[in-house]
Design a protein around this ligand. Structure first.
Ligand SMILES: Cc1ncc(C[n+]2csc(CCOP(=O)(O)OP(=O)(O)O)c2C)c(N)n1
Ligand code: SF4
Length: 487
């Protein structure tokens, strides 16, 4: 005799580990639709034998903790960015089954651009959009999908068309795009709705497994807590209030006619990667000794100036020079918004340990090439830090008295050599000569790399030497801002 075995789908963990004790209940409120939606997805993945390939991208919202439930690959995306994260997963691992799961605040508000573009690109993923017409997690604020007249904490008199516009009909919007293969809206308000949702969930996942493209399933889902209703009334609310505005139906289904498409993983040899990333410019590291690395204290830099003064390149070259000593490095640029006369800056961190954040708020060393840069960053420099001022352009002196300052005519030195643009290399040469942080030889090795024109490469080395020479001739009392260099 056939026997039905009732048990949790295998794609769920046996036990839902949660912080703070409760191990046998979920963190969802009683009557919440997220639990049902999770179960339908887990069953489908399980029945289709896709668990080992599945990657669940959870959103910011009540379902942020989906990784406590789904026993599969899990990534938690920044608010609204699940489709972008899913895109990255799918493109690098085309064999994965990507589940992008989002609430209405996540998908239809903050993430509206991400979902539109992922859908428009036809990313090979299944998107489950849990529309409960409210921000559940944050305590019931109005969502893009809240109904006209719906009272929420941010629409206490009810949503109006005049103030907040119409409820956003995401399934309808998705169906206008050419790329999506399957778009359906369903609901969890009763058994029939749940069974329809079950089928839609399966179709979306099957489509992905068969390479058919982007599937979007909108699921109207009860939020008794946010709506301040009993579970029963919440289900009735979906039927009487939500379904007339958000009809449950298939908006588009080309699952049968679409040609399958399976993206291939680009395979690159090490040589190709090195060439593509221009890592060849670095050459092999030439570390001095273990002691240098061990004693190195983290150094943070800010290089700032006009676009075209080479401040971003100065940061890259310093970071690459430090890599010669096997140091960990980070570099991030920041571009000014103005097309002309704008400022640019970059942050560089050198460390013997992995770098947690590339952001530099309080630099140990600040190099400024123009007046606005000095004005902007002067006060950020750490007390006792080193300020390098391009005195060819900046006439004023710093107001700080608790720092060490070098005024160097960087642009004039570079111009005399016939290459004004090399002021950035003059800067680095002067800095390393002054502090002895890293060997000048490393810098001279790195400075010309990446430049295709041989004469410019030579000029870069010349500029490094000119900067170092200027320090030797003009600065008598050298100060070491860095760990004592190892001879
Ligand atoms: C960048 C950012 N902005 C705002 C928030 C606050 N926030 C957390 S969850 C959420 C909305 C969640 O609502 P929804 O996506 O509908 O999911 P639900 O909780 O209803 O399942 C917001 C605005 C945040 N965490 N991050
Ligand atoms: S607040 Fe709403 S969406 Fe969040 S867990 Fe509770 S019922 Fe579910």
């Amino acid at each position: 005799m056939a026997k039905d075995i009732l048990q949790k789908p295998g794609a769920f963990f046996d036990q839902f580990d949660r912080k703070g004790g409760a191990q046998k209940t979920t963190h969802y409120c009683p009557g919440c639709g997220h639990g049902n939606a999770h179960k339908l997805i887990a069953e489908a993945i399980d029945d289709m034998g896709l668990q080992d390939r599945a990657v669940f991208v959870s959103p910011v919202g009540c379902s942020v903790f989906a990784y406590y439930y789904f026993d599969m690959g899990n990534i938690q995306a920044a608010h609204g960015r699940a489709p972008a994260v899913g895109t990255g997963v799918k493109r690098t691992r085309p064999n994965s089954i990507v589940i992008s799961y989002q609430g209405d605040g996540d998908l239809a508000s903050i993430g509206s651009a991400e979902i539109l573009h992922a859908a428009n690109r036809g990313e090979q993923m299944a998107v489950f959009f849990i529309n409960n017409a409210i921000y559940g997690m944050t305590g019931g604020q109005m969502a893009a999908t809240s109904l006209i007249g719906q009272k929420t904490t941010t629409s206490p008199y009810g949503r109006t068309v005049e103030n907040e516009g119409y409820p956003m009909q995401m399934a309808e919007i998705m169906a206008t795009l050419r790329a999506p293969v399957f778009v359906q809206r369903c609901h969890l308000a009763d058994s029939k709705g749940i069974m329809d949702t079950r089928k839609a969930v399966r179709k979306a996942i099957k489509n992905q497994a068969e390479g058919k493209g982007f599937s979007f399933v909108e699921i109207l889902s009860p939020c008794p807590t946010g709506w301040k209703m009993s579970t029963h009334d919440a289900c009735e609310y979906i039927k009487t209030n939500m379904l007339p505005i958000f009809p449950a139906k298939v908006f588009k289904d080309e699952s049968e006619t679409r040609e399958p498409f399976f993206r291939e993983i680009p395979t690159l040899t090490d040589e190709q990667v090195i060439k593509a990333l221009e890592l060849g410019m670095l050459g092999e590291p030439q570390p001095r000794d273990e002691k240098f690395l061990k004693n190195f204290t983290t150094m943070k830099y800010k290089f700032a100036g006009f676009g075209g003064q080479g401040v971003l390149t100065a940061g890259v070259i310093l970071a690459a020079t430090a890599m010669q000593e096997n140091l960990q490095v980070s570099w991030i640029p920041s571009y000014g918004p103005e097309m002309r006369g704008g400022t640019a800056n970059c942050s560089v961190v050198l460390s013997k340990d992995p770098i947690g954040s590339p952001l530099v708020v309080k630099p140990d060393v600040l190099a400024v090439m123009n007046d606005p840069s000095l004005d902007t960053f002067e006060n950020d420099l750490k007390p006792g830090g080193l300020l390098i001022v391009n005195s060819s352009i900046i006439a004023r002196k710093t107001k700080r008295t608790d720092i060490d300052t070098l005024y160097i005519p960087l642009t004039d030195i570079a111009s005399k050599m016939g290459l004004t643009a090399a002021a950035n290399m003059v800067l680095l040469g002067a800095y390393l000569e002054y502090t002895k942080l890293l060997p000048l030889e490393h810098l001279k090795l790195i400075a010309p790399r990446g430049l295709k024109r041989k004469e410019l490469a030579d000029k870069n080395v010349e500029a490094v030497e000119a900067g170092a020479k200027w320090v030797r001739e003009n600065i008598t009392a050298k100060k070491t801002k860095a760990p004592a260099p190892v001879a």
